[in-house]
Design a protein around this ligand. Structure first.
Ligand code: SF4
Length: 447
């Protein structure tokens, strides 16, 4: 077997590794005499009170450390490759794949199609199970890795092969049974494609997925995102308002059934369905603790709850209204989907703080096409184009989902600094949290 070694990039200050004078550039050779295949192996081997670690120094000398520590204490090593292995790409060609619908010329990493169960565990990514061997499933079970988030799409094996363009995709569904039998926690996702896996197929999928309760904790139903770059791809269409109402009827019917039978709502429609159907978002209780927020399920309900809670807390603490300060004009830019809701919250806010003049700009997504309405897929150039002739007031608030995680860069590589310069306004990035939105609106600008 080829020896896998992992180059250390950083040592956490104050950690065991620092105490042992392990340094960036050193190489991890083994832990407990075991060659480490990936980050799962590493964490599994470390979960001991005594560990033996072999490190190779740049001059080729190997040092063995016998370490006594707390059972789950980390060593403080960080590696050049966070996964400690190559990222697994997918073996599918899904008819709705967003990556196939991206314009050319974007950063190369954005075109990478991952389908890696380790990312499901580490970052919440969804996997199709199509490129997992039985040994991978057994490793998840042995290491008790959970939750595993699964892109189900349909429980009809033949249809799944067609949707994923992979003749093994139907067979791969059986792996869910093995995970279920081993008690591994899962979440499922159904990307709904009009005329493909909706209607009776959706009913069938939800019905068959209920067999995996309680280990399958939730299933989300999300509409396929369609950009303007679909030439030569499977002809998918947007759902109409009436069709969104029907999807919600199906989901709500199953929620009532699951609630009565299993005490959980189990299946959830993403926020987009409610906005498309022009229906009120469901109450907080029906989200079962927001298990699929990252899939846009309950995100808007949570935002409303947090924002209103922040308003109430502020009213209690400051029963008398703030002395009216100088009027401040603030702008918020967001996707067309959430804009009406943000506008509603802004109106609520202005009733209590009349010295704040808030304007909400729903930004059209010209980059990917106007059918894409979520904030997270807006680009710097669309913001610049649509806001440059507006009087934005003293501050422009933008949701953090517009920026690449941990960077001040938009999806199209425009930097926050470049946008600031182009719009000549102070930009405030707001976390997707109602309290943060409230605080950002309230804050007085002194400069
Ligand atoms: S699994 Fe399907 S949707 Fe996901 S990246 Fe691969 S082809 Fe695209």
């Amino acid at each position: 077997m080829q020896k896998k070694e992992h180059k250390i990039s950083h040592i956490v200050p104050g950690s065991i590794a620092m105490e042992l004078e392990i340094e960036p550039g050193d190489v991890l050779v083994s832990v407990n005499d075991t060659v480490i295949e990936d980050v799962f192996d590493y964490h599994y081997q470390l979960n001991e009170e005594y560990v033996t670690v072999v490190i190779r120094k740049p001059d080729g000398e190997e040092w063995e450390y016998e370490i006594e520590k707390e059972y789950d204490e980390d060593l403080g090593l960080e590696f050049e490759n966070g996964l400690m292995d190559a990222y697994r790409s997918c073996s599918n060609h899904c008819i709705f794949c967003f990556i196939d619908q991206m314009p050319p010329g974007m950063r190369e990493t954005l075109y990478f199609k991952d389908d890696d169960s380790r990312l499901s565990f580490l970052q919440g990514n969804y996997v199709t199970l199509t490129n997992m061997k039985d040994t991978d499933i057994e490793r998840i079970i042995t290491y008790k890795l959970a939750p595993i988030n699964i892109s189900v799409q349909t429980m009809n094996p033949k249809l799944r092969c067609e949707m994923l363009h992979n003749r093994f995709a139907g067979e791969a569904l059986k792996k869910m049974r093995r995970l279920y039998e081993a008690g591994i926690e899962m979440n499922g996702q159904i990307v709904l494609c009009k005329g493909v896996n909706d209607k009776e197929e959706l009913e069938r999928s939800i019905r068959e997925l209920t067999e995996y309760i309680p280990h399958m904790r939730s299933v989300s139903v999300v509409p396929a995102g369609l950009t303007k770059y679909r030439d030569g791809l499977y002809p998918l269409e947007l759902f109409t308002k009436q069709e969104a109402i029907e999807v919600l009827r199906t989901v709500h019917g199953w929620q009532a059934f699951c609630m009565e039978r299993f005490g959980t709502h189990f299946v959830h429609a993403s926020d987009e369905w409610y906005l498309m159907a022009e229906q009120e978002l469901p109450p907080e209780e029906s989200y079962d603790g927001y298990l699929q927020l990252e899939n846009g399920v309950g995100m808007l309900r949570l935002l409303i709850e947090e924002f209103e809670e922040a308003m109430r807390a502020d009213e209690e603490q400051n029963a008398d209204l703030y002395e009216i300060k100088e009027t401040e004009k603030i702008s918020i830019a967001t996707g067309k989907l959430a804009a009406p809701l943000i506008e509603r919250l802004a109106q609520q806010f202005m009733k209590r703080y009349p010295h704040k003049r808030i304007q909400v700009f729903p930004i059209r997504n010209e980059f990917f096409g106007e059918q894409i309405t979520v904030a997270g897929l807006l680009t710097g150039q669309d913001l610049q184009k649509q806001l440059q002739n507006e009087d934005l007031g003293s501050r422009l608030l933008l949701p953090c989902s517009l920026l690449r995680s941990g960077e001040e860069v938009f999806l199209d590589d425009m930097t926050l600094q470049e946008l600031k310069k182009a719009l000549q306004v102070k930009i405030v990035i707001v976390n997707s949290n109602g309290q943060d939105l409230f605080d950002a609106l309230l804050e007085q600008v002194t400069e």
